[in-house]
Design a protein around this ligand. Structure first.
Ligand code: 26Q
Length: 808
């Protein structure tokens, strides 16, 4: 974008005056941030086509429906995408303002839980970068996932009031595009979209993230007994409350009516606005040619019956015509195989809230079961297993599979498990629907924006081709053993570690040794992700250091971050366990500062951007078969961290790409885990009795070794021992301890370590979301016939031309 520095400064100062009525010298950082944001809104706004109507183009549009989006801060993204980051940096510096400080004024939008929402944000970034019309459709939660603080080592949850100023600086409210959504209960709401521009990297594309918020329809038209005004206001509150808060990723939030209301709001509002736009130039029959609707997990699966309802009831199509349009338009990604996370709704609740939608789901189910009968005559059991409605529940994953033309998993292993275990019946019935799309992350945020020092080093070393084509990061391979390059890489890593250490010192007053191994474990806290395995190993390492303070191991700093769902008792205890270990270990002078433990509060996108570039080791240690893909594993690798991981999710693909010498893997395979489950599990006492180190740490959980109430960690003790250790923590303990030992040994061979680090960066191009998007675009959404020349060029290059190099 062509802007002169002087014009920019003038514009900025003008914004300060009009917005705050004051001179620059009298404004706070926050006020300066708002003024800067306003200036940027003008730049993006001038390019912004109305959502779904890119000027002069009839390019097929992708709509990515997701109950969560986790975009993180946007200021820097906009500046980098517009190509004015440096200009802005200098212009502000001349005015005595540090751009970095203004960046820190921006609050993260709290509109997501973790991986699934962040993935959606990465795909929006890639779609815009590659010049495609691809938009997000979600909800504008008034309160995000809670803000996490630690008190005495316990997680405390505070409201994430991210909209406290009443507005989000990047959004535009579009009341003229509001639609009406009706629930079967008689409630009628107005859904108002708030649009956020999604800019492409160095191109003219500006797409839209459309987030819906509820308002009451005109209160005067409501019939209240005796015109009771207070009742009317109460009613208004109730309708507004639909988009009040984000549900935590929490399988215990069993069948909450409000969540179903949210899901319906998202799809009904989204579909109505898409159809309205589509019909301005097209007929309904051409919907699948012009629009692809993708549902991110089952949370937006009501899009299937809702699109059917609109076609049947509002546009008088017959069933078959409506069904053909619906299934050709909608595609679905599965993100989990945890049984407790597979969504089902009680028929009673579903039917009560959405009777017409229920009737349609019922019809879908009957027709589906009839076709199953033709294929599996007499096999009632099989048909019941596949039915969309059974045991008085609506099975959302079955609905999503039946009503869409494509079903994909998010990593090879995950897709295989879907095909051969969890959804094997469906795979047998419609094998062609199933496909894999291994997740990706945007290198523009996770490498270029988060790690500018590494970006510079890479471009200096291999040129800038990798920026447009991340696969070219492989050009770095020839430098993996180059001593001069290795030294430069070490300098970058060291600087990032110092930066993180400074942040931690400023915020908490803790001094970290930035020459120790920075070993990071950041993600939502969950038993299957096994933060507890890491914690138990730390305790074991501590035991060994106490026995022998001169133990020859490199110093380590274990850094954790992540939120536990507020009702997830055991996960919260895991946080407490880590903090208790930190308290004991960090204050023990006898171990010569060889070991430190830190839990960072309120892990979010912005904190991740600080943590990931500073990592030496990336902990990705779920029980094999449980983590669908993981995406932090990709971000860490891209920043030169070495993965310490189990053979699960995308770790397996990381391992095949970098080779066994450049990753440290351990533990049971998914197949072995399954084998144990088929035998009814394993006996953790066998491990307890044969491995005194395991027995020691187990006893330390409950024998008063750790400060605090005696039963503080009895839940863990019980889950590991009496409870059968469902996640194989003890079973994998020795293998994990050995892998940790290997980390230490390899790290001490500096040149070997730096070569590993280089290989990881070099192979991370495969995990750029541009590659994933290209696969979705050509294999699921059929948007390769882009009219956009830039897009077409990019697409061919990524989608076909160099496809072969992506074969893992
Ligand atoms: C469901 C019902 C009620 C309330 C909440 C939910 C709910 C909300 C969010 C269930 C699941 C989620 C989020 C799941 C998620 O983030 N899954 C992760 O998706 C990533 C992107 O594909 C994968 O990399 C991770 O492996 C997967 O865990």
């Amino acid at each position: 974008m062509d802007i002169e520095k002087g014009d920019f400064q003038q514009n900025f100062i003008e914004k300060i005056r009009t917005l705050h009525g004051r001179d620059l010298a009298d404004t706070t950082g926050r006020e300066q941030f708002l003024a800067l944001a306003l200036a940027i809104r003008e730049y993006t706004g001038s390019k912004w086509a109305v959502a779904g109507q890119p000027a002069g183009s009839d390019q097929k549009q992708v709509w990515y429906f997701s109950i969560e989006f986790l975009p993180g801060r946007l200021l820097k993204s906009y500046l980098l995408n517009l190509g004015i980051y440096e200009l802005c940096n200098q212009a502000l510096a001349e005015l005595g303002i540090e751009l970095k400080a203004l960046e820190d004024e921006e609050e993260d939008a709290g509109t997501g839980n973790g991986g699934l929402g962040r993935l959606a944000a990465c795909y929006l970034d890639s779609m815009a970068a590659l010049g495609f019309g691809g938009h997000g459709c979600g909800l504008r939660y008034r309160y995000g996932l809670f803000e996490q603080r630690l008190q005495e080592g316990y997680q405390k949850e505070f409201p994430d009031n991210w909209l406290k100023e009443g507005y989000y600086i990047w959004e535009t409210r579009r009341p003229d595009e509001a639609v009406v959504v009706r629930y079967g209960t008689g409630e009628v709401v107005r859904a108002v979209p708030y649009d956020i521009p999604i800019t492409g990297y160095h191109n003219d594309t500006v797409n839209t993230l459309r987030l819906w918020s509820t308002e009451p329809v005109d209160l005067h038209s409501c019939d209240f007994a005796g015109g009771d005004c207070r009742e009317a206001i109460e009613y208004k509150r109730c309708l507004e409350s639909i988009t009040d808060s984000l549900y935590p990723d929490d399988s215990t939030t069993e069948g909450k009516a409000l969540r179903l209301k949210q899901q319906y709001l998202l799809v009904s509002a989204g579909l109505q606005s898409i159809i309205r736009d589509h019909l301005r130039y097209n007929s309904l029959e051409s919907l699948p040619e012009k629009v692809a609707i993708h549902i991110n997990d089952t949370h937006p699966a009501l899009a299937i019956p809702e699109l059917m309802r609109l076609l049947l009831d509002e546009y008088q199509r017959d069933w078959q015509a409506a069904w053909d349009i619906t299934t050709a338009t909608i595609s679905y990604t599965n993100h989990t195989i945890l049984p407790e996370a597979l969504e089902t709704w009680p028929v009673e609740l579903f039917q009560g809230l959405l009777p017409r939608i229920y009737a349609i789901v019922n019809e879908i189910n009957e027709r589906f079961c009839r076709s199953l009968w033709l294929r599996y005559p007499g096999n009632w059991n099989h048909i019941a297993q596949m039915a969309v409605i059974a045991d008085s529940r609506v099975r959302m994953a079955h609905l999503a599979i039946v009503g869409s033309h494509s079903v994909n998993g998010v990593a090879k292993l995950h897709t295989d498990i879907l095909k051969h275990q969890v959804m094997a019946n469906f795979y047998h019935y419609t094998p062609d629907k199933f496909n894999n799309k291994t997740n990706g992350v945007t290198h523009r945020r996770w490498l270029m924006a988060a790690n500018p020092k590494l970006e510079r080093l890479l471009s200096e070393t291999i040129g800038v081709r990798w920026i447009d084509n991340p696969d070219r990061l492989q050009d770095l391979l020839k430098f993996s053993k180059d001593a001069a390059f290795q030294e430069k890489l070490a300098v970058v890593k060291q600087a990032n570690k110092q930066q993180l250490a400074n942040f931690i010192f400023r915020k908490y007053g803790w001094k970290l040794d930035d020459h120790s191994i920075f070993d990071m474990h950041v993600k939502r806290i969950h038993a299957y992700k096994r933060q507890s395995l890491n914690a138990l190993h730390i305790l074991d390492l501590y035991n060994r250091l106490r026995e022998n303070p001169s133990l020859d191991i490199p110093a380590r700093t274990y850094i954790f971050g992540g939120k536990a769902a507020s009702s997830y008792y055991k996960a919260k205890k895991t946080i407490k366990l880590i903090n208790t270990l930190a308290q004991v270990i960090n204050n023990d002078k006898s171990i010569n500062d060889k070991l430190k433990v830190v839990f960072l509060e309120n892990y979010n996108v912005s904190l991740a951007e600080l943590i990931i570039p500073a990592a030496d080791v990336s902990e990705q240690i779920p029980t094999a078969g449980f983590e669908a893909s993981g995406t932090a594993n990709m971000k860490f690798m891209m920043n030169g961290a070495v993965t310490l991981g189990t053979l699960d999710g995308a770790n397996i693909e990381i391992s095949s790409l970098v080779g066994e010498n450049n990753i440290i893997t351990f533990g049971l395979t998914a197949e072995e885990v399954l084998h144990y489950y088929r035998q009814g599990g394993y006996n953790p006492w066998d491990v307890y009795h044969s491995d005194y180190r395991v027995a020691t740490v187990m006893e330390q959980l409950v024998n008063g070794f750790l400060p605090g109430p005696p039963d503080e960690f009895s839940t863990h003790y019980q889950a590991f021992l009496q409870g059968g250790d469902y996640y194989f923590v003890l079973r994998d303990f020795a293998a994990y301890a050995d892998a940790q030992h290997r980390v230490g040994t390899v790290y001490q061979d500096r040149s070997r370590w730096l070569s590993m680090s280089t290989c990881n960066i070099a192979h991370s191009g495969y995990f750029a979301s541009d590659r994933t998007f290209a696969e979705y675009a050509s294999q699921i959404w059929q948007v390769t016939d882009s009219q956009d020349k830039t897009g077409l060029f990019q697409m061919n290059r990524l989608g076909q031309g160099e496809h072969a190099v992506y074969q893992v």
